[in-house]
Design a protein around this ligand. Structure first.
Ligand SMILES: Cc1ncc(COP(=O)(O)O)c(C=O)c1O
Length: 475
């Protein structure tokens, strides 16, 4: 029986034949040997092949069905469940050197549960997007060099400005907005213009590794600033030549806390007094499920010390690579020069399409839909965690794309995270985001995964956590 000949059941093992079979079939799904919608051998055929009772195969298939790996059909037929697409591994390309390859890239990967910060791209209407794209392409000059638009197309900057004013209380003129290649490019530009090897930058600890990566490049000293339940702690540690402070006030990455109003005002006061630039990374504030988000830090800033950074990677899709930055007026000229040098101008067809998408209201309805579905996914996840009695506590819920789960007892989160990774579950350890801070837990992204994928991920999580507790007790 092709593909199943290497199933290896040991009758003398302390684990039952059913458990062994279930585990081995699961691995075949996780490793992409069995692909979504692929049909499994009939229970009778597999039982004959393995010389075991048919009931054992039926029980194994049913167990895998309850975990979301398989789907049952009429007359006891089973196929691999759609949720398993999260595991579908790309097959290696087989092009020879110099050979042209036809077809889509083969090494694209889908995020596996529970990879943080991934939007569900299947909720996005490409049909609507393409309608806007076709319309804007009536203007053929979008295909030309348009160096005048190095900061982004005017229409897009204006529409982004209107959206930010309405949703986040941002106060600015549209020509203080720069359209960037995602937030990551914005952070990179901040580093290039405001930091150098003689300066320091305050970074939330735990904090966003992308910002650290962008700024390590400059040779600046990264100074960890602790975070508590009100956000980044003040006073900031003393640091030579401190120029920049990075914060995620709406939804601290990765812990999820929201910066209190008192702390926001104090941070702005410190920034003014010490002439610091505050980078406000507002990466997922659109996703608030039970209440409106707090207004942005930028909207409270009378002295224009805040550089506001945002992205369409989470609200639309990351492959778009479009983000934005709202600059204090005193920085606009310098950023404009750097942007023009960096890429002359950004992708104009996508920018024009996005401007039209924003203007038409399609963006708002997409966000509303995502918000509703993401809220349900977060709730399902929390219900399952509590039903399974998993040893994790979630102090901040009801917002964002990720949930930080803290272990209720002392646990080596890096070891658990690595064990989960081997099982196909992508939940980074909270300690991996820490510099000097101490935390132990896992970061769960829930937005990109269907209910079935969430159920399946939770099963694997539960099994791994049980094994890790047994391991600790030395069984
Ligand atoms: C806190 C934070 N900031 C910024 C980004 C980067 O987003 P972009 O895709 O726009 O570069 C991410 C992505 O996960 C993030 O989590």
């Amino acid at each position: 029986m092709k593909g199943f000949e290497h199933l290896d059941l040991d009758r003398d093992h302390r684990r039952t034949l059913q458990t062994q079979l279930t585990e081995q079939l699961k691995v075949m799904v996780q490793q992409g040997e069995l692909r979504p919608a692929e049909r499994l051998p009939s229970t009778r055929a597999l039982a004959d092949e393995l010389r075991i009772s048919r009931n054992t195969v039926v029980a194994a298939y049913e167990q895998l069905e309850s975990e979301g790996y398989l789907q049952a059909h009429e007359r006891s037929a089973f196929t691999v469940g759609a949720a398993a697409r999260a595991f579908a591994r790309p097959r290696q390309g087989d092009a020879k050197p110099g050979q042209r390859v036809v077809g889509p890239p083969r090494t694209l990967i889908a995020p596996r549960p529970f990879r943080p910060a991934q939007p569900d791209i299947h909720l996005f209407s490409l049909k609507t997007w393409n309608r806007h794209r076709t319309r804007v392409l009536r203007e053929a000059l979008l295909l030309q060099y348009q160096s005048r638009f190095s900061m982004g197309l005017d229409v897009l900057r204006q529409n982004v400005g209107a959206y930010l004013q309405e949703s986040r209380g941002i106060r600015c003129y549209w020509d203080e907005i720069v359209i960037t290649g995602g937030s990551q490019q914005a952070l990179f530009m901040v580093g290039q213009l405001l930091l150098d090897s003689g300066s320091s930058v305050y970074m939330e600890d735990p904090g966003f590794p992308g910002a650290i990566r962008a700024w390590q490049q400059t040779g600046a000293t990264i100074v960890p600033a602790p975070v508590d339940e009100e956000g980044i702690c003040l006073p900031l540690p003393m640091a030579e030549q401190a120029k920049v402070v990075y914060a995620t006030p709406s939804h601290q990455f990765p812990l999820g806390v929201c910066m209190s109003l008192a702390r926001r005002l104090e941070l702005l006061r410190v920034a003014r007094e010490r002439e610091l630039w505050v980078v406000e990374d507002d990466y997922d504030s659109e996703f608030r499920y039970n209440s409106a988000p707090q207004p942005s830090l930028q909207s409270l800033d009378e002295h224009r010390r805040v550089i506001y950074v945002g992205s369409f990677s989470k609200t639309l899709f990351p492959g778009l690579r479009l983000g934005y930055m709202v600059l204090p007026p005193q920085l606009v000229e310098r950023f404009a020069r750097l942007k023009a040098t960096l890429e002359d101008h950004g992708p104009l067809i996508d920018q024009a399409t996005l401007a039209s998408f924003l203007e038409s209201g399609a963006f708002d309805s997409h966000l509303r839909r995502c918000r509703r579905i993401y809220r349900e996914r977060q709730q399902l996840f929390l219900d399952l965690v509590s039903r399974k009695g998993l040893p994790l506590r979630f102090p901040v819920t009801g917002r964002g794309m990720n949930l930080a789960g803290h272990f209720v007892m002392e646990t080596d989160d890096a070891r658990v995270g690595a064990a989960l990774e081997r099982e196909g579950v992508d939940t980074p350890a909270l300690s991996s985001y820490c510099s000097q801070a101490r935390c132990s837990g896992l970061l769960f992204g829930l937005t990109a995964f269907t209910d079935a994928e969430i159920r399946m991920g939770i099963e694997m999580l539960a099994n791994t956590l049980v094994r890790s507790v047994e391991h600790k007790r030395g069984r």
